[in-house]
Design a protein around this ligand. Structure first.
Ligand code: URA
Length: 214
């Protein structure tokens, strides 16, 4: 079995006071009863990260959508389909990735029968940071890919801009390299031909991330 490094684990831009301890299984069970912010009240369940506990690459999205809320797994809806196809195009196997989100509950506004996605507030994002810090500590990926601004700013700070800085390596602790790229949901909302162009940039950024695993 590979020996665990004693070097600094990957850190978030804003330090977390107390990182929850325990294996991923323990963390998942505890997060299921999370009451750190009010989002649990209307969500079906906590959507914790999934994937191998020693995954070399971690993908961090923003927050679960309606599909993820019902299934309890990240990236299983339309954005997840786009992401999984982009991973395959970049030569990466989605089953080998640890996938998670910055915020672990679905936030929405009820409009008739529809549940319309709402962005988690700064305080809801802050309340969820200990879970992400704990996942990074347990998995200790060599490469982290932040999908979209929420994840990127949680990792690299609030001045980070996807449009200017995507696809550039950022240090994230002594043993982890990271980069940010487009969020697949943002790509789905774009008109053609911007959508195809941006999808190609997502694939290029994922392929760059893959080079760090070689
Ligand atoms: N968008 C995200 O950021 N995460 C998901 O799990 C699904 C959609």
């Amino acid at each position: 079995m590979a020996r665990r490094s004693v070097r600094e684990p990957p850190q978030l831009a804003k330090p977390v006071d107390e990182v929850p301890a325990g294996s991923l299984a323990v963390l998942r069970r505890e997060a299921a009863d999370c009451r750190r912010c009010p989002l649990w009240r209307h969500a079906t369940q906590t959507v914790f990260g999934t994937g191998p506990r020693r995954a070399a690459m971690m993908l961090i999205g923003e927050q679960p959508g309606a599909h993820e809320d019902l299934e309890g797994q990240p990236f299983v809806g339309p954005a997840g389909r786009l992401l999984r196809e982009a991973l395959a195009d970049a030569g990466l196997d989605a089953a080998e990735m640890y996938m998670t989100n910055t915020v672990k509950h679905f936030k929405y506004e009820q409009r008739g029968k529809a549940r319309l996605h709402k962005r988690a507030s700064a305080s809801e994002q802050a309340a969820c940071r200990p879970w992400l810090a704990a996942e990074l500590l347990q998995v200790r990926p060599r490469v982290v890919v932040a999908l979209g601004a929420m994840a990127a700013q949680t990792l690299f700070g609030t001045t980070f801009r996807i449009s200017r800085q995507r696809g550039t390596w950022q240090a994230l602790g002594e043993e982890t390299q990271a980069l940010a790229t487009w969020h697949p949901s943002a790509i789905l909302r774009m008109p053609s031909p911007q959508r195809e162009r941006t999808r190609a940039e997502l694939v290029a950024d994922l392929a760059l991330a893959a080079t760090a695993l070689a």
